[in-house]
Design a protein around this ligand. Structure first.
Ligand SMILES: [Fe+2]
Ligand SMILES: [Fe+2]
Length: 482
């Protein structure tokens, strides 16, 4: 039997709240749902607009952060949709626009004409407003009756605050660039734009819709011209010679003459090069409207994984004491897919590469190479890269394969689509866009110097390019790993 004073030491009400908060008048189910839908709408728009800006964002750190933050938004959208579905019978009305002023607010941020203005819209307006809305929700709702919503809001706040902190630092880093860019190139008054965003919120009764809705005339500025997605990938100054396909890492990896420790360098390169996958997947997500929500959530997860794979490569280079910016990181895969194929054809190529390369160029092989190299970090990275790939295969089977009669037909189509994309290896050379410089000997020599070893002459001589073989070593153009 418990001592009689136990109730004085064990928190009541399962630790949710005290008796005072549990008697709070709170919100009705209808009010909760209405508020959730507002947060849901802005989070979904944030997911969409961050995704839409990944491809053409040059700054690598922002490209990867947009990939991450878009995915986090997608997860919170999912949680809110689930919660609304627990509280109401269908139709749930989750695709409706809660207020036209909220739509304009999000459109304005989507159409922000420069990176600095986009950062302001996302990290200085939308995310802080979402944080304030979730905080107010927690302070208003009854924490006992609405405990499931409280949980959703607390998780959302955890990650929204992380995003806000990232944005705060990014904005400081960008502050010196804001004024000249916006005043000069855009020709718009940033103060007037901020006022417009504030007015949108006032007209909507705040993001939550619980304040009085003010009657203000709202005149679109940046969104006066509809958003146009830019499918051409952009990179920052650390990326150079982006058409260079002068080194074929797959040919090196599968050549038994070479040592696993040296192959690790190629593995790290292959991972870093994967930054072209978010650039391409963003185009599929943006240009494939009307799918069930789970499609976007799943694709966003995969996109984020691919951005993370690029960062694994980046860390790999750092761990070896090597400067990755000295090596050309090719972008012709995302460039060609985004500008030559339909969204479904791009998805086909992605699925084909992820599935079709499995037997020979598979993740198991890469993991085994990493293990044999005696480089623990490479083993760890390849272990998780492989696990992510299994998930991506499931995502492909759920959202791409059902368009075909069977798996073989789906793979064949992907193979054909990949062949259809011209890599223009020779044309890029003739037009002077690249010399397809063989960067391998320099990288290898530098790595040997750092390790204190002597370069192996055969390894040093490696010079297989992508001119005649693609990444699965078939005789056709193409040069990517996902
Ligand atoms: Fe990947
Ligand atoms: Fe993948």
């Amino acid at each position: 039997m418990l001592p009689t004073d136990t109730r004085l030491t064990i928190p009541p009400l399962a630790g949710l709240c005290d008796f005072e908060a549990a008697q709070r008048p709170g919100l009705s189910v209808e009010e909760c749902v209405a508020w959730h839908k507002r947060n849901h709408y802005v989070l979904r728009r944030l997911f969409e607009l961050l995704t839409a800006r990944i491809t053409a964002e040059p700054q690598y750190e922002l490209k990867t952060a947009f990939s991450y933050h878009a995915y986090l938004c997608a997860e919170h959208v999912t949680a809110l949709r689930t919660r609304v579905s627990e509280m109401r019978e269908p139709p749930l009305g989750l695709e409706e626009i809660p207020h036209p002023a909220l739509q304009l607010l999000c459109d304005e941020v989507l159409c922000a004409p420069t990176t600095p203005t986009l950062l302001i819209g996302v990290y200085d307006v939308l995310i802080p407003e979402l944080i304030a809305s979730f905080e107010a929700y927690l302070a208003t709702t009854n924490p006992l009756v609405d405990a499931p919503s409280v949980r959703v809001a607390r998780f959302a706040l955890l990650e929204l605050r992380d995003m806000a902190e990232f944005g705060r630092i990014a904005l400081v880093a960008d502050a010196s660039r804001i004024r000249p860019i916006d005043a000069g190139r855009v020709g718009h008054d940033l103060t007037a734009w901020r006022t417009l965003l504030s007015n949108c919120l006032l007209a909507a009764g705040g993001l939550s819709g619980r304040q009085s809705q003010q009657s203000i005339e709202l005149k679109p500025m940046f969104s006066a011209k509809p958003f146009e997605y830019d499918p051409v990938p952009k990179r920052d100054a650390r990326f150079h010679d982006s058409y260079n396909a002068g080194v074929n890492p797959e040919a090196f990896l599968y050549d038994e003459r070479f040592a696993p420790q040296d192959k690790v360098l190629m593995l790290f390169y292959k991972r870093l090069r994967e930054i072209d996958v978010p650039e391409m997947m963003a185009s599929i997500i943006h240009q494939t409207p009307g799918k069930p929500w789970k499609f976007y959530r799943d694709m966003s997860r995969q996109l984020w994984d691919e951005a993370r794979h690029a960062m694994l490569g980046e860390v790999g280079f750092v761990s070896q004491g090597l400067d990755w910016s000295k090596i050309p990181i090719n972008f012709t895969w995302s460039l060609n897919l985004n500008t030559q194929l339909t969204p479904q054809e791009r998805h086909a190529v992605l699925f084909f590469i992820e599935q079709g390369l499995m037997p020979r160029n598979g993740k198991r092989f890469e993991w085994e190479v990493a293990q044999a190299s005696g480089v623990p970090l490479a083993t760890l990275f390849q272990d998780f890269d492989w696990a992510d790939e299994v998930l991506h295969s499931q995502i492909g089977r759920e959202w791409y394969v059902p368009d075909f009669t069977n798996l073989i037909a789906a793979l064949d189509y992907g193979d054909r689509c990949w062949s259809k994309v011209m890599s223009h290896w020779r044309r890029y050379l003739e037009q002077g866009q690249t010399q397809h410089h063989n960067w391998w000997p320099e990288l290898y020599t530098t790595a040997c110097t750092i390790r204190g070893t002597t370069p192996d002459p055969t390894t040093l001589e490696f010079k297989t390019t992508y001119e005649e073989v693609r990444a699965d070593l078939k005789a056709i153009e193409g040069d990517v790993e996902s």
